[in-house]
Ligand binder design. Structure first.
Ligand SMILES: NC(=O)c1ccc[n+]([C@@H]2O[C@H](COP(=O)([O-])OP(=O)(O)OC[C@H]3O[C@@H](n4cnc5c(N)ncnc54)[C@H](O)[C@@H]3O)[C@@H](O)[C@H]2O)c1
Length: 442
C-alpha cells in the first residue's frame, strides 16, 4: 500500500468510525459492514498454510475489506487444500507460490501472515518488512533471542506494523484478569505461577527416516536449520519438540502465559536471575529433544515467577491443564483461556477480600486480535501485541530453556545483550544459519 493510499485509508477510517457511523441504523450498519468502501480494502498473503496460518487467515477473511491474494507453502498438499478453502470462502483463487520470496514480490499485497514453524519466522518477517509489507507473525516471535532482537530492529527500521500472534492480549477475559491484578485487591503478590501440561509435547514413537513425501520442498522447509534427512516426527506440527525448529512447551505455550505474567506484574527487562531444571522423564521410545518435564524459576526483587510443564499428561492444578495463578496476601487468582476466579484468604468475617466467582470468556480473543492488526495497518497505530511485546515473552521463554539446557543460574546483561556469567548460555543465543541463508544484519 503506498503512502497516499494509507493517508486515504486513515481519513476514511476516521469518517466511518466516527459520527457518520453513529447516524446509521443497525440494519444499515450491517449492510455497510458487508460492503466495505474500496478504500477499506486490505490485501493479505499467507506464508505457511497448514494449521495456525490458516486459522489466522480464516479470521482475517471475516474482517470486512480483507482479501487474500496469495498463499505460499513448501507442501503442495496444503498449498492446494488452502487455495480451495480460500476459493470456497471468497470465490477467488489466490496465487500460489512454493517460495515465499515470490509472494513478497507481489505489489498488490499490503500485509503478510506468517504461519511457518518458529525457525522460519525471522527470515519470513524481515524479508516481508524489507518488501514494505506489514506483518502478522505467529508466536513465539522466533526460535532464538538473537533473531527476536533482529526482528524488533527490522520492524522499526522499515517502519512496519507488526502484530505477534499472542492473541490473549486481545481477549476480554485476560484484560479483566490483568485489570483485577492491577486493582491491588489481591494484596501483596509474592508468587506468580504459570504451567502447561499437554500430551502432544512428549513426542511420537520413534520412526525411521523416510524419502521426502511427494510435493514437499524439504530443503525449503529446513531453510536456515541444519541439513538432515526427512523424518515425519520432525515435520508438520511435531517440529516443536526439536531444538533446531522450536522450544517445546516452554516456548509453545510459555509465550502465551508468561506474557500474561509480564503484563500483570508490569515486568520490564530481565529477571535478577533464572534457573531451570528438568529432563526427559516421561518414558523412553519417543522422538523428542525438548524437556518433557521442566521447571523454571525467575527471581525478582519481591516476588518469584515460576514456570512448570509436564508433557504427556493433561491434568493440572485447580482442574486446569494450563494456566496462571497470582498468589496474593488477600487471595489467589486462577485463570486459563476459558475462566478465571479469585479464592479469598480466610473466610466468613475473617475473609480478607471478596471471592470472585468463576468468570467466563466470550471466546472472541483471536478475532479481536486480527481486527486490531487490520485497524492498525490502516491507522498506523501500534497494535496491542507489537513486536516488542512478542520479544519480551519470547525472551523469557528462551532464557527458561537456556537455563534448563545449561543447568546454570543465569544473569542477563541488557547492555551487552548476553548473559554476564555463562559462556555456555551465550552460545545458545544465536543460531548458526545453513548457507545460503544468512542471519539478517540490520
Ligand atoms: N497463536 C496460537 O495460538 C498458535 C497456535 C498454534 C500454532 N501457532 C504458531 O504458528 C506457527 C505454525 O504452527 P503450526 O502448528 O501451524 O505448524 P504446522 O507445521 O502445522 O504448519 C506450518 C506450515 O508452514 C509450512 N512451511 C514450512 N516452511 C515453509 C516455508 N519456508 N515457506 C512456506 N511455508 C512453509 C509447512 O509446510 C506447513 O504447512 C508456529 O510458530 C506456532 O508456534 C500459534
Amino acid at each position: 500500500m503506498n503512502s497516499t493510499r494509507r493517508t486515504f485509508l486513515k481519513q476514511s477510517l476516521v469518517t466511518t468510525s466516527g459520527a457518520g457511523l453513529a447516524a446509521l441504523l443497525p440494519g444499515q450498519l450491517w449492510a455497510a459492514e458487508q460492503q466495505p468502501a474500496a478504500s477499506d480494502k486490505l490485501v493479505v498473503g499467507l506464508i505457511g498454510c497448514k494449521n495456525m496460518g490458516w486459522s489466522n487467515l480464516d479470521d482475517f477473511l471475516k474482517v470486512p475489506g480483507v482479501e487474500c491474494a496469495a498463499l505460499s507453502d513448501i507442501d503442495d498438499e496444503w498449498l492446494n487444500k488452502r487455495a480451495a478453502d480460500v476459493q470456497e470462502r471468497t470465490g477467488k483463487k489466490p496465487k500460489l507460490f512454493k517460495d515465499f520470496r515470490k509472494l513478497l514480490e507481489q505489489k498488490d499485497i499490503d500485509a503478510v501472515i506468517v504461519g511457518t514453524p518458529d525457525h522460519w519466522h525471522c527470515l519470513n518477517m524481515v524479508y516481508a518488512c524489507q518488501a514494505g509489507k506489514d506483518v502478522y507473525v505467529e508466536k513465539p516471535l522466533a526460535n532464538s533471542i538473537a533473531e527476536c532482537d533482529i526482528m524488533v530492529r527490522a520492524a522499526r527500521k522499515y517502519n512496519r506494523i507488526v502484530q505477534v500472534g499472542q492473541q490473549q492480549r486481545s481477549d476480554n477475559l485476560w484484560r479483566d484478569v490483568i485489570n483485577f491484578v492491577h486493582s491491588g485487591k489481591l494484596g501483596k503478590i509474592r508468587r506468580v505461577k504459570v504451567w502447561a501440561n499437554f500430551n502432544y509435547a512428549a513426542g511420537q514413537p520413534i520412526a525411521p527416516d523416510e524419502p521426502v513425501p511427494q510435493g514437499v520442498d524439504f530443503d525449503m522447509w529446513l531453510g536456515p536449520a541444519p541439513a538432515r534427512s526427512f523424518n515425519r516426527n520432525r515435520f508438520h506440527g511435531l517440529w516443536r519438540m526439536f531444538w533446531d525448529y522450536g522450544g517445546g512447551l516452554m516456548t509453545d505455550w510459555g509465550v502465551h502465559l508468561l506474557d500474561m505474567a509480564l503484563w500483570a506484574m508490569n515486568i520490564q527487562g530481565a529477571p535478577k536471575a533464572t534457573i531451570g531444571m528438568g529432563g526427559l522423564f516421561a518414558g523412553e521410545g519417543n522422538a523428542v529433544e525438548t524437556a518433557d518435564t521442566q521447571n523454571v524459576l525467575y527471581q525478582f526483587d519481591d516476588f518469584t515467577l515460576e514456570w512448570e510443564h509436564n508433557a504427556g499428561i493433561q491434568t493440572g492444578p485447580n482442574g486446569r491443564i494450563y494456566g496462571i495463578t497470582f498468589v496474593g496476601s488477600n487471595g489467589t487468582l486462577w485463570a486459563d483461556r476459558d475462566t478465571w476466579e479469585v479464592i479469598a484468604e480466610g473466610w466468613g468475617e475473617n475473609a480478607r477480600m471478596q471471592t470472585v466467582p468463576q468468570q467466563k470468556s466470550d471466546g472472541q480473543g483471536h478475532l479481536n486480535h486480527v481486527r486490531n492488526f487490520v485497524e492498525c495497518v490502516k491507522t498506523r497505530q501500534t497494535p496491542v501485541c507489537d513486536v516488542q511485546v512478542g520479544y519480551d515473552a519470547a525472551f523469557y521463554a528462551h532464557i527458561g530453556n537456556i537455563a534448563y539446557r545449561t543447568g546454570e543460574t543465569l544473569v542477563w546483561d541488557e547492555t551487552k545483550k548476553q548473559f554476564s556469567n555463562s559462556p555456555a548460555a551465550n552460545k545458545l543465543l544465536t543460531p548458526v544459519y545453513r548457507a545460503p541463508w544468512e542471519l539478517p544484519r540490520l
